[in-house]
Design a protein around this ligand. Structure first.
Ligand code: NAD
Ligand code: ISE
Length: 339
């Protein structure tokens, strides 16, 4: 299909991620412009709009989506606000890039799936941006060749420097491990069937009452075992690492060896300090791929089904965290619409 003109994007939510996406769409991405910005914080949204030619400021997402020049929507508001914004976008038949989570629970995610199916064609890409990270993409391509054989195990480490105020033990699953849920399903091309959460004595770095770190184990439909160290007050840096152990070999990413220095009797490098730095390239590639596909009239990338499936795994994960033991994931049958 022929490329359409410059894509006018409404960005909903202009906090840490939203402001970064506004900058990206304005300065990095080809073929797009920020047509409107939305935030419940009126001063913040006006300040951001004022910096971009032709961009309008709104405190109401519906008004922004109805405004002139808006062809697509990027949702970067907090998870609980996603469902309403998605349903409004569907009313206007607007393609959407929705930051993870699609919605914070499987019931609300199912409502989104039903609404998208009623529109009759796909509109949603979910912001599981790790799929666009160069290293993860290489790992996926290698697994797809089959040369390593069947994946048996996947080890993941997910470390953050420190948690923001209000970060809860459930958020280690819902906000952080949700990325490993998506990457496991994508790399192994299998659904996750059960979750177990083990809880070491909390780190002295963790705020009072926060169960951090946690050790999460997934079982998959094909019999692979996946573990995740989630450790969000490690203090030293932002690290995301993965090692797949297959029948005929292993493959590992995320060691951060892009630049190694030798100096004064020591060797080493630096560690990224947050996701915006570690995954800058992945966010850029994700948004460019979304803009390109949208201008071609296509929807690609992680779908609303991926958003629903991860929400269901999150629910099992939070139950495993609270109740202990192994909790099976409950998934509805995948509609043909998402095959
Ligand atoms: P944030 O708190 O920094 O920003 C959220 C912004 O949304 C705030 O400015 C707030 O005023 C605004 N807001 C709140 N309710 C709104 C509503 N109903 N309509 C419009 N604006 C509203 O949060 P954040 O860290 O930027 O996270 C935003 C989203 O991005 C979340 O879904 C989060 O899970 C996701 N996220 C993704 C990644 C990633 O690596 N992909 C990283 C961080 C956050
Ligand atoms: C945050 O919401 C993200 O999505 C980051 O990618 C993740 O590393 C972090 O733990 C989450 O809180």
């Amino acid at each position: 299909m022929a490329q359409r003109g410059t894509l006018g994007v409404a960005v909903i939510g202009t906090g840490k991620m939203g402001a970064d996406h506004v900058r990206r769409l304005d300065q990095v991405t080809n073929g797009a412009r920020v047509a409107a910005v939305v935030d419940v914080d009126a001063e913040r949204v006006k300040r951001i709009a004022d910096g971009i030619e032709g961009c309008t400021a709104h405190t109401d997402a519906a008004a922004a989506m109805a405004s002139d020049g808006v062809d697509a929507v990027l949702i970067a508001s907090p998870g609980p606000a996603h469902e309403a914004a998605l349903l409004t976008a569907f009313e206007h038949d607007l393609p959407v890039l929705c930051e993870k989570p699609l919605t914070p629970g499987s019931e609300s995610a199912l409502r989104v799936l039903e609404a998208e199916q009623k529109v009759g064609h796909r509109l949603v890409q979910v912001g599981f941006m790790r799929r666009y990270d160069t290293e993860y993409a290489k790992l996926k391509a290698l697994l797809n060749t089959g040369q390593l054989g069947r994946p048996l195990m996947l080890h993941n480490r997910h470390r953050n420097v420190a948690t923001p105020p209000g970060f809860t033990s459930e958020m280690l699953i819902n906000d952080s491990v949700v990325h490993e849920m998506d990457i496991t399903r994508w790399l192994l091309d299998q659904e996750i069937t059960a979750v177990t959460v083990l809880k070491p004595t909390p780190s002295g770095n963790a705020p009072e009452g926060l169960q951090d770190p946690q050790f999460v184990v997934f079982e998959t439909a094909g019999g692979a075992i996946v573990d995740v160290e989630i450790n969000v007050n490690c203090g030293f840096g932002y690290q995301v690492q993965a090692e797949v152990v297959c029948e005929r070999g292993t493959a590992r990413i995320g060691d951060g060896h892009a630049l190694v220095t030798n100096q004064a009797g020591r060797w080493g490098g630096t560690i990224a300090q947050d996701f915006v730095e570690r995954f800058e390239d992945a966010y850029d590639r994700q948004v460019q791929a979304w803009v390109d596909a949208t201008r071609r009239g296509e929807v690609t990338g992680p779908s609303a089904w991926d958003g629903y499936a991860t929400a269901a795994v999150c629910e099992a994960g939070v139950r495993a965290q609270n109740e202990g033991g192994r909790i099976e994931v409950e998934l509805v049958e995948r509609p043909a619409f998402y095959s």
